[in-house]
Design a binder for this molecule. Structure first.
Ligand SMILES: [Zn+2]
Ligand SMILES: [Zn+2]
Length: 140
């Protein structure tokens, strides 16, 4: 069982089953709804997700008929998406997870839609916290 929550912790979810087909999606819809370079999403069975807290906070936006993106109306965290043509599955936003998971992403998708500053192969340095210049200035 995996636990997940939004930024404000108003919505708490449990996933009682596997997370399948995890991908890093660089499509323009995921970029806009996440506000960043890509979204990491995976399929879960609809009946494997329990809303532990905050059901009333969950609002949705239909970007196409039957295609809903659900989010926390308090903190605006993207939560999951649903598709009326595939009601037995939900697409979970993996950044919500508070649990360590067994599953791993399998690919970067829609890379032809990626932002021109999003360099998949960048050999960028990695830091445990902020980059050194930001630590020095104590900015967050
Ligand atoms: Zn929230
Ligand atoms: Zn996408």
């Amino acid at each position: 069982m995996y636990k997940a929550s939004c930024l404000c912790k108003g919505v708490e979810l449990e996933i009682h089953g596997p997370i399948e087909s995890i991908i890093h999606c660089h499509c323009s819809l995921c970029r806009k709804s996440s506000g960043t370079a890509y979204a990491t999403n995976g399929f879960i069975a609809t009946d494997s997700m329990k809303i532990i807290k905050g059901e009333a906070l969950i609002k949705s936006y239909a970007f196409k008929p039957g295609r809903l993106r659900h989010f926390c109306s308090n903190c605006a965290s993207p939560l999951f998406s649903s598709n009326a043509d595939l009601p037995e599955k939900l697409r979970l936003r993996l950044g919500l997870l508070d649990s360590e998971i067994e599953e791993r992403p399998m690919s970067h998708n829609f890379i032809t839609s990626k932002a021109n500053w999003d360099d998949l192969d960048a050999d960028l340095p990695r830091y445990d916290t902020f980059e050194p210049s930001r630590l020095k200035n104590c900015l967050k």
